[in-house]
Structure formats: C-alpha cells, structure tokens
Design a protein around this ligand. Sequence first.
Ligand code: NAD
Length: 368
Amino acid sequence: MQLNTHGKLALAEKALMRIIVTGGAGFIGSAVVRHLIENTECVVANLDKLTYAGNLESLADVKDSSRYSFYQVDICDSAALDAVFAEFKPSAVMHLAAESHVDRSIDGPAEFIQTNIVGTYNLLEATRRYWNALADDEKRGFRFHHISTDEVYGDLEGTDDLFTESTSYAPSSPYSASKASSDHLVRAWQRTYGLPVLLTNCSNNYGPYHFPEKLIPHVILNALAGKPLPVYGDGSQIRDWLYVEDHARALVEVVSKGAVGETYNIGGHNEKRNLEVVQTICELLDELVPQATKRSYKELITFVKDRPGHDLRYAIDASKIERELGWTPLETFDSGLRKTVHWYLDNKDWWQRVLSGDYRLGRLGGTL
Ligand code: NAD
C-alpha cells in the first residue's frame, strides 16, 4: 500500500484494504461491516466471539458478499488470532470487540477487565507479531484502529465545556475504566513498538440493530408493550447522541485517511437530557402508532433509583475530525430518531428474536 506525502493512505488505495473488524456482530461493528461492504471495495473479516451482544442476523444484508467472511473467535485466544491473521492477511484492524454495557460492568466487572483490557492486549500482540513479519511498504501502510468511547473522560461540570482530544482521562465506571486502560495500551504499543495506530473516542450511538438493553431501543420496545419506561434519577443526565451510520462512516474515514498516532473525537452535536430523549420517543410513537386509548406513551414514564457513579454530562468537540478529514454527521437527532423508531416498527422480526433469545440458536458454542 502506498502512502501519500502526508503519510495518509491515498484514496485509491482504500479499494485494496483488507480489514479485520473485531466485534463485527455487535451494534456499531455490524454498521461498520455493512458500510464497508455496501459502500467500498474493501474485503472484510468479521472476528467476533458472539457473546449475548453479538447477532449475526444484523449482517443478513451482506453475509452473502464474496468480500465478507466471519470468524467466531475470542480476542483473548492468541492462537486463534494468529491463525486468522495468517489466513486473512489484513492491511488494517478495526477493533470494536468489547463488553459495552455500563450497568453490566457494575454488576460484574470481571468480563470487562478480561475482554476490554486483556483482550485488547492479546489483539495488539497478535497484530504486532503479524505486522513485524510484513514487508516494509506493507508495514508502513498497515493500520490498527482502536474504537473507544467519550466515557473515558469522565463527566463535564460546566455547561459549555466539551471533551477534546487532549482532555484528561477520569473514567467513572468499570466499563469506562476498562476502555481507558485499553486506550493507554494502544498508545503505548505505538510509542514502544512503532505499531501504526489510530484512536477514536465517540459519544453515545443510537440507530437500527441496537440491542434492546440500551436506553433508546429499551424505551421504544417497552412503550410498544405498554410497559413502564424507566428513567434513572430525574433524567437530567446529558448525552451527546450520534446516529450509528454516521459513526460507521467516520470510522472508515479515519482508518483510510487518518494520520498515524492521532486521536479523533467523534460526536453528533446533539446534547439531550435523558428525559427529553424518552419524551421525544413517546411523541414519535404517539404520532406513528397511537394507543387505542388515545393516551400518550409519556404516561408510562417512571423514575427509578439512579445508578452509582452516573456521569451527569458528556459532550464532544468533534471539530478535529471535521477539519482534518472532512467528516460531519448527516443526521440531526430528530431525523435520526425518527429513522430509528421507524426501523423498530418495520423490523419486529429482528428484535422479537433478540427478546426471545432465538437469535442465539444454531450458532457455534451459542447457548440460550
Ligand atoms: P456491542 O456490545 O453491541 O458489541 C460488542 C461486540 O463485541 C459483540 O458482537 C460481541 O459478541 C463482541 N465481543 C465481546 N467480547 C468479545 C471477545 N472477547 N472477543 C471477540 N468478540 C467479542 O457494542 P457496541 O455498542 O457495538 O460498541 C462497539 C465498540 O464501540 C465498543 O468498543 C464500545 O466501547 C465502543 N463505543 C460504543 C458506543 C455506544 O454508544 N454503543 C459509543 C462509543 C464507543
């Protein structure tokens, strides 16, 4: 692969990329895989353990492409990683595999330490073994792109503050602490071994194929079932929401054009209080699927005890990726949320199989 004068991959070279996407059966990973297959000429290997969060049914649109393959592999398994690298011969790794749900990290942090820290370490070492053996020009063109979260920065107190790429790390939960650790490992592998890495830290994502345990799909599905809509504390926590397909597009821009060693913050300029998010979903459902009683879904909102260490506000300054790589989100929160609600109304089969557990049937090592 050739580098242009700025040390970036020339655009024409994108076509030649062979990318391992770890966590490609998850919410964001599957959006990245669909985007790569549908909008680029890249060859993609989806490497995923298929935990409860992995769902191959999210890849139905691309699974038959000759440019797509799937490996059921745990990133903690070094020998299996070596075998995939030797067989697939990637020119880039996009690392999304992780335990990702904050509430689960509070109930049981062990799996988060194992996958997010030990797993990332294993993947870095497998990548380094493979990368060391490449010819010089392939070595220079290789990329390891680590996908992380804005939660590593902790929370913001001032209403005007924003997370930038130089904000100090101050994680609050076992999830964000494990992601912060993995970010440090990735940067150290560049400083110490010269591995060509890129990092991105992104705000909260939402959109199609989102696992129903997360806020937005949870509220949509509970409302449709006439169940209570739980809101933590008084619902005043502020998150900066990004439509998942905008995130997938940003990630592909970064892996193909980003400067080695750089970090890019990715956000949607959509700061919303959790209560406002829930109320907007209710208003959309009132319009699209009004209840027979004509009562608003908002009557289902119930306030529940806040979770420990709950950060109050996250907000991203995404000006670097906009300035340097020309990426901007295409969806506003209103347009993205409307698309998302429509998607859940139109794809009952996908989420009903998740809720029933049927999406795990028939997979290797899968259990109900
Ligand atoms: P997800 O939980 O939906 O998917 C994670 C995927 O990783 C699943 O397919 C799972 O099977 C796989 N996986 C888990 N452990 C594994 C292991 N040991 N080996 C191989 N595969 C394994 O997560 P997501 O929401 O798609 O997030 C993807 C990445 O993006 C994560 O690294 C997360 O920290 C980061 N991120 C998420 C958000 C968000 O709002 N969801 C925001 C910013 C960053």
